[in-house]
Design a protein around this ligand. Structure first.
Ligand SMILES: *Cc1c(COP(=O)(O)O)cnc(C)c1O
Length: 402
């Protein structure tokens, strides 16, 4: 029996995964231009504008607004739609906290619905069932870059007059039925936080094809000021969500590599799926035919401790990390987080009450049993994929005393 790295045995991983965030001379060149031109904010420079244009074009929409981060992008989208007290917004029960907490920030009510046990994306039927006369918007999340069933979700939303905000924080350049994610909804948001598949450390974007929504969002994102304003004209109530020129310079370079990296992750994810097929107790996130381009922000899989002699998921993750494989446990069901449980919304008016009508059984199973590897593990080579599978098998054999 080989000794586990957690017990001071030799690590499975023989070489490091590719470093993330990745950058090269291109980022330095573009950031250098911001310094030499001397314009550090978007109102004076051209980097944010250039980035917005190319990011909108990538997603087949007319407009993009670069913002401070993905959370703010959701807040901005909700503010643009005028969502507030008494309004309900439907969100998947398992996602990063911002999808739900932004709704509370808008003083509205998040309504959690169940997700698909295979794709981990919002179930269209669960969305439709949760609609009430107060429902104003839905925020489907393309989990780990796997598309939600957007044709169905948009059809239901249209029938009921509900706005769609796509949370594409994991899905830069992803597709559903060969159409760009982010181009289905009334608006879509992206994150460029440090771990995301394109990053400037902290950043976000809102995209839309609707000129009216764009104009309104643009004003709100810059404390209500129109472009070029020199007279402190504040046309609407807004906040300051503006992206700075340095972030945009970095993102221009990051976007240039996105397509190649998406392709690489796709190929490696397929390879890893096949390598894990023979390991009992490990079941990767599935793929639906309509998810024509999966960006693989995370490599997610169910972990069944029954096949690992009862080893807890948390210990399994620690064992993997010791073997040199970075790993995390799934996002929780949002209503299981401390502030949700305490209904402690810091003075915000949004209320939360989980209706018994909205069954969250898939979400609970996923939140309790899923493990994920960060996307840069999929930027490596065949050997990296083989070593991931070997590490999992080694842990399984060791805990089963094989
Ligand atoms: C990362 C993330 C966000 C928030 O983005 P930040 O830039 O970190 O604020 C929103 N939704 C999802 C699904 C995310 O993973």
């Amino acid at each position: 029996m080989t000794k586990l790295a957690i017990s001071n045995g030799e690590k499975t991983k023989t070489k490091a995964f590719p470093k993330w965030p990745y950058s090269n001379e291109r980022e330095l060149e573009l950031v250098g231009e911001v310094f030499s031109e001397g314009n550090w904010w978007r109102m004076a420079g051209d980097k944010v504008k250039t980035f917005e244009k190319s990011f909108a074009a990538l997603h087949d929409v007319k407009y993009c607004i670069g913002v401070t981060n993905g959370t703010h992008a959701i807040e901005l989208a909700l503010a643009t739609l005028g969502i507030g007290p008494g309004d309900e917004v439907i969100v998947p029960a398992v996602t990063f906290i911002s999808t739900g907490s932004s709704v509370i920030y808008a003083n509205a009510t998040p309504v959690l619905v169940d997700i698909d046990p295979e794709t981990f994306c919002m179930l269209p039927e669960a969305f439709e069932k949760a609609i009430t006369p107060n429902t104003k918007a839905v925020i489907p999340v393309h989990m780990a870059g796997h598309a939600c069933d957007m044709e169905k979700i948009c059809a239901i939303a249209k029938k009921h007059g509900i706005k769609v905000i796509e949370d594409a924080a994991h899905a830069h350049g992803g597709q559903c039925s060969n159409k760009m994610l982010g181009s289905y909804g009334d608006m879509a948001i992206f994150s460029f936080q440090n771990g995301k598949i394109m990053t400037c450390g902290e950043g976000g974007a809102l995209i839309t094809d609707n000129e009216e929504l764009y104009q309104r969002a643009y004003l709100i994102h810059g404390v209500g000021r129109p472009d070029g304003d020199r007279i402190y004209e504040h046309k609407v109530l807004g906040s300051n969500y503006r992206m700075n020129e340095f972030s945009a310079a970095i993102l221009i370079a990051q976007q240039e590599r996105l397509e190649d990296m998406n392709k690489k992750r796709h190929e490696n994810a397929l390879l890893l799926d096949s390598l894990l097929q023979d390991i009992e107790g490990i079941t990767p996130q599935g793929r639906k035919d309509y998810a024509t381009l999966i960006t693989h922000y995370m490599y997610m899989f169910y972990y069944d401790s029954n096949y690992f002699n009862g080893l807890s998921r948390k210990d399994f993750v620690d064992y993997l990390i010791a073997e040199g494989i970075p790993a995390f446990i799934s996002f929780p069901v949002l209503s299981e987080t401390t502030f949700f449980k305490n209904n402690d919304f810091n003075g915000h008016l949004g209320k939360f009450e989980q209706s018994a009508l909205n069954d969250l059984s898939n979400s609970k199973i996923i939140a309790e049993n899923v493990v994920w590897l960060p996307h840069y593990t999929l930027l490596g080579d065949n050997q990296d994929m083989t070593e991931i599978a070997q590490a999992i098998k080694k842990i399984q054999d060791a805990v089963n005393n094989k």
